[in-house]
Design a protein. Structure first.
Length: 203
């Protein structure tokens, strides 16, 4: 009986103590203004403005492109001995594109505004005539009728002159199927995978 009496006296105290502990644990916390100010200052310090120049280390931000230079599936790996600026020589365009950029800005998925000038490619790979000669026996570009086309010796036309090396040679992409890239480009004009003119539209 004495045990029950003692329990009746102590139990309310234990329950009250547990309730107070729970209330304290669940009470809303007040934020330290000093701590939040420090975090704000850290964020401000973390946002570094990009100061681009031809001597900049592009790999600091463009990690995907840098990794492609070591990936054998990427055409860029064949140019690993070059510097970015050797091909991306549009210094005015690059300076404009990087103006006001900070380290916290989202990196674009594709570098659409930095097309490589065709003359840059030809300065190492030779003239159009030389490329056409080197690839004279190329059999990778074939339409559904078996017509084989040398992609470096296309008939002169306004549409063909708009084709750039990067349309087929995806430098920083692991999609190394150049023949498929070329066929995809041709298919934007040559419908139904037919290269011969006049088969679809009357002239």
């Amino acid at each position: 009986m004495e045990g029950k009496s003692f329990l009746k006296k102590v139990l309310p105290v234990i329950v009250l103590g547990a309730m107070l502990a729970l209330a304290t644990a669940c009470a809303p916390k007040t934020l330290s203004t000093t701590g939040s100010a420090e975090k704000g200052e850290e964020a401000a310090v973390g946002a570094v403005t990009v100061e681009w120049s031809p001597e900049s280390d592009c790999a600091t931000c463009h990690t995907v492109e840098e990794e492609s230079r070591a990936d054998a599936n990427c055409v860029a790996s064949l140019h690993a001995a070059t510097n970015c600026i050797d091909c991306h020589s549009d210094t005015d365009g690059l300076a404009k594109r990087h103006d006001g950029v900070t380290s916290e800005d989202k990196m674009p998925k594709k570098l659409k505004k930095t097309n490589v000038d065709q003359e840059q490619c030809l300065s190492c790979h030779g003239s159009y005539e030389e490329l056409a000669q080197k690839t004279m026996g190329y059999q990778g570009l074939v339409d559904e009728h078996g017509t084989v086309v040398n992609p470096h010796a296309l008939p002169k036309s306004e549409d063909h002159s708009a084709i750039i090396c990067g349309d087929c040679h995806k430098m920083h992409s692991s999609d190394g199927d150049i023949a498929q890239n070329a066929l995809n480009k041709c298919s934007t004009c040559h419908h139904h995978n037919v290269f011969e003119c006049g088969t679809c539209h009357s002239v």
